[in-house]
Design a protein around this ligand. Structure first.
Ligand SMILES: *[C@@H]1O[C@H](CO)[C@@H](O)[C@H](O)[C@H]1NC(C)=O
Ligand SMILES: *[C@@H]1O[C@H](CO)[C@@H](O)[C@H](O)[C@H]1NC(C)=O
Ligand SMILES: *[C@@H]1O[C@H](CO)[C@@H](O)[C@H](O)[C@H]1NC(C)=O
Ligand SMILES: *[C@@H]1O[C@H](CO)[C@@H](O)[C@H](O)[C@H]1NC(C)=O
Ligand SMILES: *[C@@H]1O[C@H](CO)[C@@H](O)[C@H](O)[C@H]1NC(C)=O
Ligand SMILES: *[C@@H]1O[C@H](CO)[C@@H](O)[C@H](O)[C@H]1NC(C)=O
Ligand SMILES: *[C@@H]1O[C@H](CO)[C@@H](O)[C@H](O)[C@H]1NC(C)=O
Ligand SMILES: *[C@@H]1O[C@H](CO)[C@@H](O)[C@H](O)[C@H]1NC(C)=O
Length: 790
């Protein structure tokens, strides 16, 4: 085994490992792809892709919908599926080294594929130094070939001498062809049938599809003898039946005498193009060629009954029988054949000079060229071809590894060529019957190096069937014992009982089916149904903040079953009152109850998250009067807090200007001395805090203020009265003065109909002088006994 081979055997293993790693790595993002759209069986699951696995553990996820059993293997493991319950066939490549050979290694390989997966392996092909060579002359003996035929007698022997240098053992055979012996290819006039050349007074043989004359032999004397006996034939149309003859020469292995160990050269000599498959319709032949050997006593018997083979058919048969074909064609037809050879693997095209003068060179060159080209073709059974894809990359001795190129040129004898072959599987067989019969149906691929007598068999096992049928009825499943290894074998009788919820008496809560003693819950469009008895779901319970059961419970039979610490219909309420605790350590400041984590205040006047606010509480001021009273009665000394403790738990502070300090509301306290003291109750922080104004407003000052106001107002009213009288007098006496006044106010653009009177003018003047007057009036109103003054 060469170092190359060792290296590539390593690579084979590594590529198998890589493939496995790839399948695993891609498994993480597989969630959506595997389970949805709905999957109901393990087989469907496997067909979703190589990253999907199936969990057949009975109690998996409390009987969620079966589609949840299909996921990436990693996800299934995470969700608690036991490793032994995961159906996840791996992609495997196994090389069978028991069959050894000198040219193609390995000869037998088996791979396991899943739909969507692929596997790569390496094939080594080695060209030997010297091969035995079989050369079969397939000669077009239509009239125009007379010269070539004559020449062949001498060339044949010369060629065999030349080939001795390139082969260990050279043998030759001979066959001839013309065309299908039916109209319109030949002239069917009775005289022309036996001698098509009668018009030219030449003795021709009848036209024939293919006659095998000389089997492969090393007796050159015999070869010469046979050639000498050949006579030309004749036909009507230009193209000949070359493909018909080639196919027979390829497939009739025994008759032709191809040696299995030899290189097979099929030398086609013609000066005309060949008929193609559909040409036969012209002669009314409609039976497609069956690709088999139909030689009877050396003559192709189906010539008049079967169509010409298609190019594809011919290519396949040449490859299958390890035949290199050499076309030695007349210059005129060179172009026609040039287009053709692209479709036939292992083909050489040469120009045949008149009288076949360079035939020896042509064959020797062709042989050398054909042997130095090493390529492989991969054959898949026709019926399966659409389900598999194959890509071949040749690793040539010169180190080039052009991707997608399946052959190397200029390979010397003794050199190795490697082919990296990747086989991918697109889909499982459509017919499920095929799967039932054979658990893992095998598909054979043949890797055939072109022109080599050896090939490699690739057996593809298709992982399309699961060990366990998934959710099928348990008794019909042959894999039951494996699948239910976790179940109690004696429990069969009570299998359905175990699906019945004792509480409700319903089988799977009426929302599932009992399969092998476990509920398989129905699928609902609303959401997932799950639970041992399909009693749980994720849609029929009250929602809280957009979450079912507030995210703090499970939905069981349409009701929320809350987690510890939570209560309420939708589990939205914490049981603890912690969230109702106000800063003073009381639940809802002592003015409410904690309901569902929130304060519900005892009285509607109270508000705030902890019932700490009370905008209109009449007692909120009154309740502190005794405290204020205590403080005031003890004087404004700083140390009287202790003495007032009993009536007054609040903290107390004294302020100079309470209206400035507290922009909000404040309380008034009417003391016995007819004084009003303002104070403020602050509830916000650590308990109530009183801020008491240092300055009380007593009754005496009020009375003085009132008197002052009365005198002032009286003065104003009297003044107005006097002005009114003066105005009346002026209006009667001096009209011109009014005009002057009007003139004065013209600038103001006022409506002339609203002409100001002298008295109005005065009012305007007075108003300007007493801007504070209305406010003074309001101050008077202050005297009303209000508790809260805004
Ligand atoms: C063979 O080809 C496959 C696919 O192109 C590639 O992933 C792999 O690495 C190749 N193996 C070797 C040994 O080159
Ligand atoms: C290897 O191939 C031989 C011959 O085909 C066969 O008998 C043998 O069972 C195969 N071995 C394995 C491991 O496939
Ligand atoms: C074979 O052909 C070559 C040239 O094609 C010629 O030189 C040689 O003499 C021939 N040998 C025989 C034995 O005819
Ligand atoms: C070669 O063929 C000829 C004619 O067919 C025959 O006479 C001769 O015996 C054969 N020689 C060998 C070695 O078979
Ligand atoms: C293929 O040819 C080689 C070389 O001639 C030979 O050793 C081998 O036995 C042949 N294989 C088969 C299957 O005939
Ligand atoms: C004869 O054929 C060979 C190989 O095809 C070619 O190289 C050579 O040029 C041909 N000889 C002539 C005279 O054309
Ligand atoms: C190596 O061989 C390949 C095919 O046989 C050819 O295409 C390529 O040009 C060659 N590269 C070198 C560097 O010879
Ligand atoms: C009165 O209150 C003060 C401060 O709140 C406290 O330190 C003191 O112990 C109290 N005295 C009585 C008799 O409750």
């Amino acid at each position: 085994m060469s170092s190359w081979l060792l290296k590539y055997c390593n690579l084979v293993l590594r590529s198998a490992v890589l493939t496995a790693v790839f399948a695993f790595a891609s498994s993480h993002s597989a969630d959506n792809k595997c389970g949805s759209p709905l999957v109901s069986t393990c087989q469907e699951c496997l067909r979703r892709g190589p990253e999907c696995a199936w969990c057949f553990q009975k109690s998996f996820l409390d009987g969620v919908h079966v589609s949840k059993r299909c996921d990436s293997a990693a996800q299934l493991r995470l969700k608690g599926c036991g490793e032994e319950f995961i159906e996840n066939p791996e992609v495997k490549v196994e090389v069978n080294m028991t069959l050894s050979s000198s040219q193609v290694t390995p000869r037998d390989i088996s791979i396991q594929l899943r739909p969507g997966s692929e596997a790569s392996f390496i094939v080594e092909v080695k060209q030997l130094e010297l091969y035995p060579v079989d050369l079969y002359y397939l000669v077009d003996v239509s009239a125009s070939m007379q010269e070539n035929l004559d020449r062949l007698k001498t060339v044949g022997v010369n060629l065999s001498h030349r080939m001795k240098e390139h082969s260990s053992d050279f043998q030759v055979g001979f066959g001839s062809f013309v065309d299908k012996p039916v109209s319109p290819y030949i002239d069917v006039h009775p005289s022309k049938i036996s001698n098509p050349c009668s018009d030219y007074e030449v003795n021709c043989r009848p036209a024939h599809g293919f006659i095998h004359v000389l089997p492969i032999t090393d007796n050159m004397t015999e070869f010469k003898h046979v050639i000498q006996q050949q006579r030309i034939s004749g036909n009507m149309d230009t193209p000949e039946g070359g493909f018909d003859a080639m196919l027979q020469a390829a497939v009739c292995q025994k008759d032709i005498g191809w040696r299995p160990e030899a290189k097979h050269l099929l030398l086609v000599m013609t000066d005309q193009p060949s008929h193609l498959a559909l040409d036969s319709k012209l002669a009314g032949i409609v039976v497609p060629h069956d690709g088999r050997c139909h030689l009877e006593e050396g003559t192709y018997s189906q010539s008049a009954h079967m169509e010409h083979p298609t190019i594809g058919q011919l290519a396949e048969k040449l490859l299958e029988n390890s035949i290199y074909s050499i076309f030695a064609v007349n210059s005129m037809q060179y172009k026609w054949y040039e287009d053709l050879v692209a479709f036939l693997p292992g083909t050489y095209l040469g120009r045949l000079l008149p009288k076949a003068s360079n035939l020896t060179n042509l064959v020797v060159d062709a042989y050398k060229k054909l042997l130095s080209d090493v390529g492989v073709e991969v054959e898949v059974e026709d019926s399966e071809a659409h389900r598999f894809w194959v890509s071949v990359t040749a690793v040539c001795p010169n180190g080039s590894t052009a991707a997608g190129s399946a052959n190397c040129i200029n390979v010397q004898p003794g050199q190795n060529v490697f082919f990296n072959i990747t086989v991918g599987m697109r889909a499982c067989p459509e017919k499920d019957d095929a799967l039932q019969k054979e658990n893992e149906p095998e598909v054979k691929l043949v890797v055939k190096p072109v022109g080599f007598n050896e090939s490699m068999t690739v057996r593809v096992r298709q992982a399309c069937v699961c060990r366990c049928g998934g959710a099928g009825p348990c008794h019909d499943d042959p894999g039951t014992s494996v699948c239910e290894s976790g179940a109690d074998p004696g429990a069969k009788r009570s299998l359905t009982d175990s699906c019945r919820d004792v509480k409700t008496g319903l089988m799977c809560s009426g929302r599932g089916t009992c399969v092998c003693g476990a509920c398989v819950c129905d699928r609902s469009n609303l959401g997932t149904i799950y639970g041992r008895f399909c009693e749980k779901d994720d849609f029929s319970c009250p929602n809280e903040r957009g979450l079912m059961c507030g995210g703090h419970g499970q939905c069981v039979s349409g009701e929320c079953s809350c987690q510890p610490g939570w209560t309420g219909e939708s589990c939205g309420c914490p049981i603890s009152t912690e969230s109702c605790m106000s800063a003073d350590g009381l639940v809802c400041s002592g003015h409410g109850k904690c309901v569902c984590g929130e304060c519900v205040c005892d009285h509607h006047r109270r508000s705030g998250a902890f019932c700490e606010k009370c905008a209109t509480c009449s007692d909120s001021c009154q309740s502190h009067w005794s405290c204020v009273d205590c403080h005031l009665s003890k004087g404004l000394a700083a140390d009287n807090t202790q003495q007032c403790n009993r009536s007054c738990t609040s903290l107390v502070a004294y302020v100079d200007d309470i209206t400035e300090l507290i922009r909000g509301k404040y309380c008034l306290y009417h003391s016995r001395e007819q004084c009003v003291t303002r104070f403020h109750v602050d509830m916000a922080s650590h308990g109530p805090q009183l801020r008491i104004s240092r300055h009380a407003e007593c009754e005496s000052s009020h009375r003085y203020f009132k008197t002052f106001l009365s005198v002032f107002l009286l003065t104003v009213v009297l003044g107005l009265g006097i002005l009114a009288v003066v105005r009346l007098l002026l209006r009667g006496k001096n009209w011109s003065l009014r005009g002057h006044v009007i003139e004065q106010f013209d600038d103001s653009n006022k409506n002339p109909s609203y002409a100001p009177t002298p008295s109005e003018k005065t009012i305007t003047y007075r108003r300007d002088c007493l801007p504070e007057h209305p406010m003074e009036m309001h101050v008077h109103v202050h005297k009303m006994p209000l508790d809260i003054f805004p």
